[in-house]
Design a protein around this ligand. Structure first.
Ligand SMILES: *[C@@H]1O[C@H](CO)[C@@H](O)[C@H](O)[C@H]1NC(C)=O
Ligand SMILES: *[C@@H]1O[C@H](CO)[C@@H](O)[C@H](O)[C@H]1NC(C)=O
Length: 407
């Protein structure tokens, strides 16, 4: 009878399985590698139904495919393997891999994903916490830091470029100084907080002008991180960092939409990324179809093309931003391949045939004039920037110094 009652209480919650969040499995202390004989605590945080249970079996624990006999919210373990947990009615947690080592040296890395902008701490530990001397940390085979004796490797604000395989080496006095010993290699992944934004036309503003939107997507686990946005025309900030992903380009400047770009950043600027130039899907038709997607492959043409915190750019970071401006003139003008050849003459194409009536010619001439205006604006900009790069401090101010040896 009791069993039946318990099942009835269980039934409603199990029906929600698909919509419940996975529980979060955490490791305390947070390292994925421990020495043989050490113990760590696993904790399972997640949904616990608010029903009166006759026999509260709140948590299930798995080591590999094995169901462990514990049902507590936390358990102490010392065996290596892949651990998972599950709370009532919810899916199974993400796995945590625990390694147990017999080596003299272990490199301890955090079990949980480190996101861009967060601190990354790696810890080289000697057997039984013996002091490690002549300690080197290696990143993808390169020595990146040296310490006279035991110290952690820490990066205050991790970047995607900090991902890779880490290792440490050092000597121990047991009791005489040993030869250098090496830890096993440990893979570390720094997760992208959000991808580089894309600047898109959102539509016409009621007050006149064009609304552009700086679009990006936070990692699902970081949806609550507030982002700020800044908007630029060429290298000039037209709206400094603030909340709100939209900016209204005044009517008078609506012909120069392609000279705009944006930046998205965390409030502390720990992560900061810029978009490519706004690219209209097709000259002349863009404002009528604002939903047309912008090609992300425009990224290599980004102003300065220097994602501020995430080095994935195709061009070298030392390319001065002005060199990309001539390219944008050629981006704005060609007729998109998908359009009918007669729809929009390129700036340098011969005029449409004379036998066409003046009325038919009118929109074409308007388009041509617009393109000439845009071209003129861009060219005068190039000339000014080439003559006097100092008057455009925005690039210098936002450029990071390349990562040197950390320390
Ligand atoms: C390394 O970091 C851990 C955890 O943050 C800390 O407990 C430990 O004392 C640090 N070790 C050294 C040598 O600074
Ligand atoms: C941009 O311009 C440079 C030099 O003017 C040229 O080498 C490069 O190929 C151009 N890139 C594109 C995508 O047109």
């Amino acid at each position: 009878m009791w069993t039946l009652a318990a099942l009835l209480l269980l039934a409603p919650s199990s029906g929600h399985a698909a919509t419940l969040e996975k529980p979060t499995l955490s490791l305390h202390p947070p390292w994925t590698t421990i020495f043989k004989g050490e113990r760590v605590t696993l904790r399972c945080d997640g949904y616990h139904p608010l029903v009166l249970e006759l026999r509260p079996i709140s948590t299930l624990w798995y080591l590999g495919h094995l169901l462990l006999p514990s049902h507590g919210k936390s358990i102490e373990v010392q065996a290596p393997g892949v651990y998972r947990c599950q709370t009532r009615g919810a899916p199974v947690s993400d796995p945590v891999h625990l390694s147990v080592s017999n080596d003299w040296l272990i490199l301890q890395a955090p079990y949980a994903a480190v996101f861009e902008g967060e601190p990354l701490v790696l810890r080289c530990r000697g057997w039984y916490d013996k002091v490690v001397y002549k300690l080197h940390y290696y990143h993808d085979g390169q020595a990146v830091r040296y310490f006279h004796s035991s110290a952690n490797y820490s990066v205050p604000q991790a970047r995607a470029s900090d991902s890779g395989r880490y290792q440490c080496s050092g000597t121990m006095r047991i009791p005489v100084e040993s030869a250098p010993m090496f830890s096993a290699k440990v893979a570390v992944t720094v997760q992208e907080l959000f991808p580089a934004p894309v600047l898109k036309v959102a539509g016409r503003a009621e007050a006149g002008g064009v609304v552009v939107r700086c679009e990006t997507r936070l990692h699902p686990r970081k949806r609550s991180v507030p982002l700020q946005f800044a908007f630029y025309k060429y290298s000039r900030a037209v709206r400094r960092f603030d909340w709100g992903a939209e900016y209204r380009v005044p009517e008078a400047e609506a012909d120069e939409l392609e000279s705009h770009w944006c930046e998205a950043a965390t409030a502390s600027r720990s992560v900061r990324k810029r978009s490519a130039w706004l690219q209209l899907p097709g000259r002349g038709s863009s404002l009528d179809s604002p939903t047309a997607a912008l090609a992300p492959q425009a990224a290599p043409l980004a102003p300065g093309n220097k994602p501020l915190s995430f080095r994935k750019s195709l061009l070298s970071t030392s390319v001065p931003s002005v060199t990309s401006v001539p390219n944008t003139t050629s981006v704005g003008l060609p007729v998109p391949a998908a359009r009918a050849p007669s729809a929009a003459p390129a700036a340098c194409a011969p005029p449409t045939p004379l036998e066409q009536s003046a009325a038919a010619l009118k929109p074409e001439v308007d388009l041509l004039l617009r393109e000439i205006r845009l071209l003129r604006g861009l060219l005068s900009r190039v000339v000014r920037e080439t003559k006097d790069p100092q008057t455009f401090p925005e690039h210098g101010a936002t450029r990071e110094t390349p990562h040197g040896p950390r320390g």
